[in-house]
Design a protein around this ligand. Structure first.
Ligand code: PLP
Length: 372
């Protein structure tokens, strides 16, 4: 049996009728650009996430770009982030004229290590950009403490972590993206909440950042054809917003289904490899399910076996960003961030989506066991 990484159509029957009505509604109204469905979705998203404001944008990369600008990051500023992420996280820092500064990751969650972050803080540091990788929250208590101490902004990359939760200060469960100054989200179809195309969003509790984000996504304009600054064309499509409103009503259930799949993977594989960690003060959103082996050779052999048996698998991410050609000018070398470098050689991710069946899960886990 073939098992894909994600199955875009598996979740469609559950929302088909509502989604098609929502799209037809927009088509019949013709309010394609910043129609009322966008504002409606933003309100619903903010309410679910426990954020004061939400601003829909064109994609998750632009969500980062606009959040970085709205948070006041300027050319020459340093932004500390993880090398173990998708390049969108750092492209948007560099393209603002700021400098990504890489700290190392934790060996169990693969997220930014607060101890390493602290060592990277300089006079030029203006922000920390934690990425809640695979859907496991970053350890936000020490990150927020560092930000407070050094007066830094915190922008959370929640592209893989919508509906993940963190128990802030051991007192209050918060959704990721409702902890720092801004949370950024992607509605790329394969994410926890996927559009039928591209989409993104930024959350914030700060009214000034909110106003700035709204202007930035629409050519820097608050009043039509009046521009206090330059901005972008980066609006969330009305049709996508209408679909996302429908899907939003299902997303918590989908996260539970993902967690149920994860529990089955963990039960079957716990004696075979390192399974996904979920810290007691965290709730995972399982955008990806990642396992780890004790050497590159074992990992590579596992991947080969799965691929030969029609089971999709993917390394997120095979080369840490500080070792990529695109960042050669930053001067990092192998050995600088040893945890990230070791992790890239030992992990890969298994198929993960809410509707994976028990039979599919068994096919995957049997294949992983057979290759050991
Ligand atoms: C998907 C993703 C992005 C970018 O989102 P797009 O909507 O594809 O632009 C940014 N950061 C991370 C960690 C991602 O996984």
């Amino acid at each position: 049996m073939k098992v894909p990484m994600v199955d875009m159509l598996a979740g469609y029957p559950a929302i088909k009728d509502e989604a098609e009505i929502a799209v037809k509604n927009v088509m019949n109204k013709g309010n394609f650009i910043l129609g009322e469905e966008v504002a409606k979705f933003e309100k619903e998203f903010a309410a679910l996430n426990g954020s004061r404001y939400a601003v829909g944008v064109a994609n998750g990369t632009d969500a980062l770009r606009l959040a970085i600008l709205a948070a006041g990051i300027k050319p020459g500023d340093e932004v500390i982030t993880t090398p173990f992420t998708f390049i969108a996280t750092t492209e948007t820092i560099s393209q603002t004229g700021a400098v990504p500064v890489f700290a190392d990751i934790e060996p169990d969650t693969y997220n930014l290590d607060p101890v390493s972050v602290e060592k990277k803080i300089t006079k030029k540091t203006k922000a920390i950009l934690p990425v809640h990788l695979y859907g496991h929250p970053v350890d936000m208590d020490p990150i927020m403490a560092l930000a407070k101490k050094h007066n830094l902004k915190v922008i959370e990359d929640c592209a893989q972590a919508f509906t993940a939760q963190y128990n802030l200060g051991g007192k209050a469960w918060k959704y990721t993206g409702a902890i720092g100054d801004c949370g950024t989200y992607s509605f790329f179809p394969a994410k926890n909440l996927g559009a039928f195309g591209d989409g993104g969003l930024v959350t914030t509790d700060d009214p000034k950042i909110y106003e700035e984000l709204k202007a930035l996504r629409n050519h820097g304009s608050k009043v039509r054809y009046l521009h206090d600054m330059e901005g972008f064309n980066s609006r969330l499509d009305t049709i996508q917003a209408a679909i996302l409103s429908v899907k939003l009503r299902h997303v918590l259930k989908w996260t539970e289904m993902r967690n149920a799949v994860a529990a089955k993977y963990a039960a079957a594989l716990k004696d075979v490899c390192a399974t996904a960690v979920v810290r007691p003060n965290c709730r995972h959103s399982f955008n990806y399910y990642t396992i780890r082996f004790n050497s590159k050779a074992t990992r590579d052999n596992e991947q080969k076996h799965l691929t030969e048996n029609g089971i999709a698998n993917q390394i997120y991410y095979p080369v840490s960003l500080h070792l990529q050609k695109a960042y050669a000018h930053l001067g990092y070398k192998r050995g600088d961030l040893p945890v990230s470098e070791k992790t890239q050689d030992e992990v890969f991710s298994l198929p993960m989506y809410p509707e994976l069946t028990d039979e599919q899960i068994k096919t995957v886990t049997d294949a992983v066991k057979a290759a050991v």
